[in-house]
Design a protein around this ligand. Sequence first.
Ligand code: PLP
Length: 497
Amino acid sequence: MLTRPPLTLPADQMRAAGGRAIELIIERMSEGALGPVLVRRSRDDLEQDWDEPIPEHGQDLIALVERLAVDALPSGMHSDHPRCFAFVPTSGNYPAVLADALTAAFLSVPGAWLVGSGPTQLELVTLRWLRELLGLDGCFGGLFVSGGSMANLTALAAARDSMLGGDLTAARAYCSTQAHPSIARALHIVGLRRDQLVVLPPDDRLRLDPARLAERIRQDRDDGWRPFLVVATIGTTGTGAVDPIEELADVCGREGLWLHADGALGAAAAATDRGRRIMAGLNRVDSLTLDPHKWLFQPYELGCVLLRRPEQLKDTFAMARHFLDSGYLAVSESDGREPNLSDYGPQQTRGLRALKLWLSLKTFGAEAFRAAIDQGITLAEHAAAFIETHPELEPGSEPGLGVVTFRYRPPGVASGSDLDSFQAMLARTVWEAGFAMITTTAVRGETVLRMCTINPRTSVRHVEDTLDHVVECARAVSVHNDRRAAKVRDRDGDAAV
Ligand SMILES: Cc1ncc(COP(=O)(O)O)c(C=O)c1O
């Protein structure tokens, strides 16, 4: 009797389970079936269902796939819901889902050319398309990584090696208070102490201030520090502010510093005319973080790091630089023309994440991506105009790339911590009601509501409905607070009698 190799399934079973999985995927991704924006379940509840002993014997794959799709994977926030404005929501897309399945099936690994020549070629061409989409010069190159944090880490490791030559003594890096925490974490991982990162207050538009930066660099040099790196942000997570790249590049050029731009949220907007104007000077950065799993609509994980001189990545990451006497990699050494992408980043074995972007660009075309990104900019502007004219709302900051912030001002609550806690309570009330997801952020120390409008399924109507809903919730919270305050007054009055 023919026996099957271990850990394989007959073709008919694979087909049946695959068919069911695809049905469930289509159901999840079909607009009509988007369902709730947030499914909240407690740890106890989920543990009860899922904290099982390791299965000693196999079970039916179709039943398992169904159980996952119904009971575990939907728990949490649905970032593709058209009224999900929290954090930085991604929409995902169907070709990308198929791309992930294909790369898994084909065990694609764009590490060494010998092992993954086809995958490497696909990654290289996707990088070139991304460069062209954003109007970046042909010299930029790099690789795809898991996300923005890894892209920042990869770039900053290269900056350290290129600028400091192995001596971190008195080295200093600069960013504004609005930079993403992954920058501070990356600098920690590459060996800098916290006092080696200077965090500057932003200008009145919440951008890194070139004049203040230049002044601080001069002062630090006088005090014996070795400034080496400036981190600009293209689309701050809090407010979508874009640091003035051109002027920062001037400072870095004059002072001989590396300029890294964290464009995890906003750099994709360079695909549009409006976006490109906002980030003039983009081609002058030394390194750039992009996050296609944000504003290029890819499912997790897909980040990208690009360097103006990509060979600098090899100075830090090439396997040969970290030679150990094992010799097992000699057979796959690169001859130059056929690159080993494992020499350009911290991972040796790395999945073909690029394929998601490749297949979705091929399926929909760059034109559709540009239009979808542009719509995200328009929606933020629309939300800002709505807030501006609404008598009960006020802007929290100037509208940024795909982000708006605002406050509800309840009658009788002037400012300060009461107003801050009101916004926090309001955001919570909104997502507990289950209609939309919005979050809060801090602008100059004050709590504000925040909406990120980059989901291509979101329409003007979704934005307006959500803002109307926020106002309704706010009025209800105000009434509730008034009643509670009256009760406390009555009780205190009784107690005093
Ligand atoms: C500006 C910025 N940089 C970096 C990151 C981190 O990206 P990731 O979550 O993909 O690691 C984010 C995430 O929101 C971000 O907004």
